[in-house]
Design a protein around this ligand. Structure first.
Ligand SMILES: Cc1cc2nc3c(=O)[nH]c(=O)nc-3n(C[C@H](O)[C@H](O)[C@H](O)COP(=O)(O)OP(=O)(O)OC[C@H]3O[C@@H](n4cnc5c(N)ncnc54)[C@H](O)[C@@H]3O)c2cc1C
Ligand code: SF4
Length: 484
């Protein structure tokens, strides 16, 4: 434990943001990094509880050993801190930026509303380790002679690839897009995480022997069975990117889009790529000088809000069918679990007009072009309340109500009838495999990440990538020293 009385003497502090009026002028990250001394003070607040709820099971999905690295940071032992952090998390600079931090919800100090700034310390350890040159390729010293193919280079595929290469296997990652990262690169905007962090990891992994093959849509450009014949095992980490159908009349009007094409386009623009590559519409979708309505209340919706502000939207309204959550949770009823309470994302804080308990009835327009969104209030059971209809002016509307499973063209359509799928309680159709052996219904084919569990979080994708790597290593070699 760092400082015994740290939590009593030091107030919680997290990295501050640039003011909204400044940050909406660019697409770069806008957090102002804390000094080493400030981070060290925050680490000193950790109480090293007898039961560290922060690292599981309700806290960190990869079971980061949070009290241990807080202590190492407090003692200025950055190299040991990154070694410890890497022992559970391949990419802490990703999670340190985009994780919603269930660990902080589970922190004992959260009972007092002032959890340890775990995510801030995690990001600082990773950034400092890069600065000090501690993050370098760690190629395996002994090769196994076994070949593994991974379909998809999102956080699940990247974590699996890194683990398997370090275990001595020859690893090939096949990616449909032009660059690696999956939704980290093409879904999550740069203002939440800049993409050079992915490039640095790709470079590290290439140095560890991983080969990336871009522009290969497996199941379309290359049959999955061919890949299986060429490798000892194949892991499908294809994500869950099919937008959930909204079933709202008027979706065909010009000006109504699913969230993903919009976010993918802007990420490509920032990354200086063609906006029309791989399957999304080529028509530019831009919010400048427009009234924008975003349907949905999650991360994807928030990212549309922040993107629209940066493109110069006049007004952005976000519609959430759920009731407005309470300002504060009943701690004793929910802690150490994730609480439903009013949360305001940095994008929403940039000036979004948020409407709760509102259903979207119809997109309305003139001459085929969107002019507004007809809505109404709903009751606690989401049933429309008669006589509450109203129209919000809109030139552009985005539907961000979730995802219904992997893209239909590719592996799933090619293996139809052989690959077992099921539909979860959120209505997402996923590939079936358990979280011990990650085996699909097809021999030699494994599955991990969103394609197995439905649209989730980066940290869960990393966890599944690590675990499937262990399962494959064990199946190929009879035993594995990779951690689960
Ligand atoms: C807009 C948005 C914002 C989000 N924000 C957050 C956030 O702030 N924090 C957070 O923790 N999570 C967030 N998430 C969720 C998170 O991004 C995902 O849970 C995570 O990326 C899943 O990782 P994955 O590797 O399973 O799949 P993905 O990241 O989806 O990667 C799948 C990869 O497989 C490739 N692929 C698919 N099929 C094929 C094929 N047949 N051949 C070759 N390649 C293929 C795809 O091109 C893609 O690169 C967000 C998601 C979205 C959509
Ligand atoms: S990965 Fe997420 S849950 Fe785990 S320590 Fe980091 S911020 Fe917390």
């Amino acid at each position: 434990m760092g400082k015994v009385t740290g939590f009593m003497e030091i107030d919680r502090q997290v990295a501050k943001y640039q003011p909204a009026s400044d940050r909406i002028r660019h697409f770069r990250e806008f957090t102002i990094p804390m000094s080493d001394a400030e981070v060290t003070k925050q680490a000193a607040r950790c109480m090293d509880c007898g039961i560290p709820y922060c690292h599981g099971p309700t806290g960190c999905p990869v079971h980061n050993q949070i009290p241990d690295w807080n202590d190492l940071v407090y003692s200025n032992k950055w190299e040991e801190a990154i070694r410890n952090l890497h022992s559970t998390n391949n990419f802490p600079e990703f999670t340190g930026r985009v994780c919603p931090a269930p660990c902080e919800e589970a922190c004992t100090l959260n009972l007092e509303d002032a959890p340890v700034a775990i995510k801030t310390v995690e990001q600082a350890i990773a950034d400092k380790a890069y600065e000090l040159g501690y993050i370098v390729p760690q190629p395996a010293t002994v090769k196994t002679g076994r070949k593994v193919a991974i379909i998809g280079s999102g956080p699940a595929g990247m974590a699996a690839a890194q683990q398997l290469a370090r275990a001595g296997h020859e690893v090939h990652v096949y990616e449909r897009e032009t660059k690696a990262g999956g939704l980290l690169r093409y879904g999550i905007p740069d203002f939440k995480m800049e993409k050079n962090f992915i490039d640095r990891r790709v470079e590290q992994m290439t140095g560890e022997g991983v080969t990336f093959h871009y522009g290969v849509n497996v199941g379309v450009d290359k049959p999955t069975e061919e890949l299986m014949a060429e490798h000892d095992a194949v892991i499908y980490c294809g994500g869950s990117e099919t937008p959930r159908p909204a079933g709202i009349p008027g979706v065909d009007l010009h000006g109504v889009y699913d969230a993903m094409p919009y976010l993918v386009q802007q990420n490509r623009r920032v990354g200086r790529e063609n906006i029309d590559s791989t399957g999304w519409p080529a028509e530019p979708i831009l919010a400048g000088a427009k009234h924008v309505v975003v349907v949905g209340g999650g991360d994807t919706a928030s990212d549309c809000v922040g993107t629209a502000f940066r493109q110069g939207a006049v007004k952005v309204t976000q519609l959430d069918i759920r009731p407005m959550p309470p300002e504060k949770e009943d701690k004793l009823a929910v802690w150490p679990f994730w609480a439903t309470k009013m949360r305001t994302s940095s994008s929403q804080a940039e000036g979004a007009n948020r409407e709760f308990q509102v259903a979207t009835l119809e997109f309305v327009g003139e001459d085929g072009v969107l002019t507004g969104v007809r809505c109404c209030q709903v009751d606690e059971r989401r049933k429309p309340i008669a006589g509450t209809d109203f129209i919000i002016k809109a030139d552009l509307a985005f539907i961000a109500i979730g995802f219904s499973g992997p893209m239909k063209t590719g592996v799933v359509s090619e293996l139809e009838g052989k690959l077992t799928l099921n539909t979860d309680r959120r209505g997402s159709t996923n590939v079936v495999a358990n979280d011990r052996d990650y085996k699909t219904s097809i021999d030699k084919l494994y599955v991990a990440g969103d394609v197995r569990r439905g649209q989730s979080l980066v940290v869960w994708a990393i966890r599944e990538g690590r675990q499937v790597a262990r399962a494959v290593d064990e199946a190929l070699m009879g035993a594995s020293v990779l951690p689960r």
